[in-house]
Design a binder for this molecule. Structure first.
Ligand code: SF4
Ligand code: FES
Length: 256
């Protein structure tokens, strides 16, 4: 297994892991904004930058994004060298200019000594930090209903042509993974609205609660061999039913 040194601490990492995970496993914190265990790493926010060197490199080092850099035997890693700290500050300064009113960005910037951006703040503040978590989870689910559009300061996350996305099934995965709460939705027992698309809810036959959308149930039907009727009862009623079965089995006399 690769043996490396992170901030002076010798770490034996699991084969095939990335530096970010190796640091976390060793109790070393590296700030991140675009990383989530549910999706593949993407290297978008650049906050997780670290310095990597080797004894034979004669003092030369390179900066890498730790969420995408596979661990290597013998490397020396610094998560808070002067260069790393300064670069992270620039990243946060720029992010604060884009999202000056976003609490998550304000807090992270303040932790790095930045109370206000040194760049011209975005005249149309947004809470979208362009971390790409929403589009990656949507791709992972196979729906790919939203994507990033435009370039530069106009870059945004949106459905195609800003219209109700035909492929969206209303699962809310994008909204739930979004770290800033940028993705808005309404969800009740009868209807759900997200990305300007309205969905009818599938009601649990036992308690009557609308728990997933009908589009979700249709989309999941037959995938991985799970039939549509599996999705009809809500999770709470399924658990209650299973608990009742378990209790009745335990109460049954042995041998019957
Ligand atoms: S909408 Fe949320 S999850 Fe998607 S890129 Fe923006 S901040 Fe990230
Ligand atoms: S967490 Fe590595 S680039 Fe965002």
């Amino acid at each position: 297994m690769p043996r490396l040194v992170i901030d002076g601490k010798t770490v034996v990492a699991k084969e095939g892991t990335f530096l970010l995970q190796a640091a976390r496993d060793a109790g070393i914190d590296i700030p991140t904004l675009c990383e989530h265990p549910a999706v593949e790493p993407y290297g978008g926010c650049r906050l997780c930058l670290v310095d990597v060197t080797r004894p034979e490199w004669d003092g030369w080092s390179k900066m890498v994004v730790s969420c995408l850099f596979p661990v290597e035997d013998g490397i020396l890693v610094s998560t808070r060298s002067e260069r790393v700290t300064q670069t992270r500050k620039v990243v946060l300064d720029l992010l604060l200019a884009r999202c000056p009113e976003t609490p998550l960005v304000q807090e992270l910037a303040a932790e790095h000594g930045i109370d206000r951006t040194s760049y011209v703040p975005n005249p149309e503040p947004t809470d979208c930090i362009l971390c790409g978590l929403c589009t990656r989870i949507c791709d992972r689910l196979g729906t790919s209903a939203i994507s990033s559009a435009n370039r530069g300061v106009g870059r945004e996350i949106a459905p195609p042509f800003h219209e109700a996305p035909p492929d969206c099934i209303g699962c809310l995965a994008c909204a739930e993974i979004c770290p800033t709460g940028f993705i808005q939705y309404q969800s009740g027992s009868a209807r759900r609205v997200i990305w300007n698309k309205e969905f009818k809810m599938l009601r649990c036959p036992t308690c009557g609660r609308g728990h997933i959308t009908e589009d979700q149930a249709r989309y999941y039907d037959g995938r991985n061999g799970v039939p549509a009727r599996y999705f009809e009862p809500c999770d709470a009623c399924k658990r209650k039913e299973q608990a009742a079965i378990a209790v009745s089995l335990m109460a049954a006399p042995e041998g019957r």
